[in-house]
Design a binder for this molecule. Sequence first.
Ligand SMILES: Nc1ncnc2c1ncn2[C@@H]1O[C@H](COP(=O)(O)OP(=O)(O)O)[C@@H](O)[C@H]1O
Ligand SMILES: [Mg+2]
Length: 240
Amino acid sequence: MLLKVSGLSVLYPGSGEGYVLEDVSFSVNDGERIALLGANGAGKSTLLLSLLGILQADSGKIEVDGVLLEKKNLPLVRRKLGLMFQDPDDQLFMPTVYDDVVFGPRNYAENDGNSADEDSIAEAADRILEKLEILHLKNRMPHKLSGGEKRLAALAGILVMEPRMLLMDEPSAYLDPRARRRLISVLETLSEAYIITTHDFTLAQALCNRCILLYKGWIRADGPVTDIINDKKLLDECGL
Ligand SMILES: Nc1ncnc2c1ncn2[C@@H]1O[C@H](COP(=O)(O)OP(=O)(O)O)[C@@H](O)[C@H]1O
Ligand SMILES: [Mg+2]
């Protein structure tokens, strides 16, 4: 099992309004692709951030690839999970796309106490950029790219780290139809398991077989994506 979440509850500090996530439990197997649906404020982003320990849970247990999420395991867990932020501008911060893609591998090599093997890092970066068909963007400034190009550049920086699982927070938001189709076709080719939060039912159906529906911090439904998306009553009850 790749991911096991048991009884996860999260209370935002100072919110005083109860739980943002309450008693959330689910598991993910290798290669599974999950659409995480829910109205605004349902707790989707909170759930993704909790899986990485960026937000601290108040109770519950998270295991990633057999490693328990706790303070001493944080670096190991974060290495196994690749998070794509909701806003790619939060992800891309180096002067060029290439610098952004090699930032993670260089950093990890240094943290491991090895000197970074520049040749193999450069090779891996080129391979990923090529795979995502954005090698031509290598020397461009990230903040000057289009929305769709930024998404793919951010994805390259995540894939180069070879995570076991990807977590993507509304990846198709703000993309024009063509960039959105391109993103879908790229995500289609990945072999990694992933969780995508989205309001985009077409994307959810094109990429995912399973859907988890959050409503006010609870898992309201967990099942085949087509069943849930076609259940108008259920979606309506969940504010979608
Ligand atoms: N930093 C924060 N402090 C307090 N409350 C927050 C914070 N971020 C989000 N929330 C609240 O937590 C709930 C879930 O938010 P979020 O996980 O962002 O939902 P979603 O991603 O599904 O739209 C919302 O009620 C939101 O207002
Ligand atoms: Mg969100």
